[in-house]
Write a protein that binds this ligand. Sequence first.
Ligand SMILES: Cc1cc2nc3c(=O)[nH]c(=O)nc-3n(C[C@H](O)[C@H](O)[C@H](O)COP(=O)(O)O)c2cc1C
Length: 153
Amino acid sequence: MQKLLIVSHSPSANAKALTDAVVSGASNKEIDNVEIRERPPLQADSNDVLWADGVILGTTENFGYMSGAMKDFFDRIYYPCLEHTEGLPFVLFVKGGIDGQGAKNSVERIVTGLKWRQVQPTLVCKGEFKQDFLDDCENLGMTMAAGLEAGIF
Ligand SMILES: Cc1cc2nc3c(=O)[nH]c(=O)nc-3n(C[C@H](O)[C@H](O)[C@H](O)COP(=O)(O)O)c2cc1C
């Protein structure tokens, strides 16, 4: 059984809808051998990361950076995980208002320090909310879970 951790900050209905779509994709009924653990970043800790075979990160962009909750998560897990999670496969999705690049860059910089391995390009959902966001998030979750199950990641 592969273990997939989803750490996503969902402060609004739109952001929650994206997180739910990611979880729904990762829970696709065709995927049998992946256990999912979903945690808001303020509740996730280093034990969750050390448990995981793969991680999906989700954050809003706030003030041109990742959300404060996601930053708090990294502040707490960075050193406990640093020597133990090298190569951990991860993907990132960002919910921005009109941008999202700052959140993307800030998360990618930290996971570069952790030496995690990005297995899909970062998904940035910005501008007027649309169905494509939900479809893309569902696909992101499904691809990550299917890739873990297949041993591709
Ligand atoms: C304090 C605050 C700062 C924000 N800063 C940015 C920002 O720098 N760039 C951006 O694209 N959106 C920004 N936003 C918009 C959020 O990313 C957006 O509200 C969030 O993705 C939730 O999406 P929703 O408003 O469609 O529900 C900010 C929102 C808040 C509350």
